[in-house]
Design a protein around this ligand. Sequence first.
Ligand SMILES: Cc1ncc(COP(=O)(O)O)c(C=O)c1O
Length: 361
Amino acid sequence: MPQVPEYIKTLVPYPPGKPIEELEREYGVKNPIKLASNENALGPSPKAVEAVRAILPILHRYPDGSGYYLKQKLSEKLGVTPQHLVLGNGSNDLIDFLIRTYVRPGVQVISSEPSFLVYRKMVQVAGGENVVVPLRDMRHDLDAITHAVTSKTAIIFMDNPNNPTATVINRADFDSFLKRLPEDVLVVLDGAYEEFVRDTECPLGYEYALKDSRVVGLRTFSKAYGLAGLRVGYGVMDPEVASMLDRVRQPFNVNAAALAAAEAALDDQEHLEKTLQLTWDGLDFLSQELEKLGCATMPGHTNFMLVDTGRDAREVYEAMLRKGVIVRAMASYGFPHHIRITIGLPEENERFLNAFSEVMK
Ligand SMILES: Cc1ncc(COP(=O)(O)O)c(C=O)c1O
């Protein structure tokens, strides 16, 4: 067999949330609930489901490799041109394109710790150098990131809101950060949870991408739009950056079902609003109730919440599994005492709370 480079051997596979079926099989739990992967509690828009059904008879055809209609819809909605858009097989695909386009050995990429693990993983795959800046007070430390920039820096990844802390940066700080940043560095604002943000001072990646060619805004249909299983996301960026990524991407990287579902989901404003309201109500309810149990939570700008259990969170995670509730233990993100929970339906939130208060007794 050919040799595998050291930077590939030392990669750690991404730890996904435990699948429901596995819990049923391994623990014999009936009707478990999964609040671990920040999926949409309401499910997909019925219009998206219908759109997927409608394309089933033409599955023998390749999808539209340019994503023409989805780009048209997004352009109208966001006020950008189709040339500003690149579509991906999930927004993970965009992260991959950006890194494969701009990163090679000797090039540095800055990200925060903890933040979304995929940035660092893909940089390692490309043989690039990860420069990791710790969060300060659970937030991206823009000053420290500025100081970490060198002549070798190509990209700065910031998930905004941050996963796992659910915190956001604000416009004034981001504006002054951009002023101090060199011209040849890209700043990726990963807005996977942007739709859930209630803070009007939060900078939106796609808005900034229109006025500053260094900013790339990423978004996904996996969260607020409930299409995680189909894998579709997009990036808004300067057309020159988009044309580079377009050279790198595979010709049919977004499948036909995903394109159809995403278009229909964009038209279903009612489903989106229902999702946002349900999430905000769940966040408010759970943070109040968890506070009563003496557990600190982070202010939620997402559809998930970090909870300080004050003890070894892996034990809490295991005990919750036995009660049929899948959450996420956050040791791999550097928070040994925290779990992360996704906001569920009201009855799922109640079930989580009941199980959690028993476990914490
Ligand atoms: C911050 C962040 N960015 C990107 C993603 C990837 O989402 P997608 O399903 O669009 O690949 C996630 C998914 O959990 C995320 O938390």
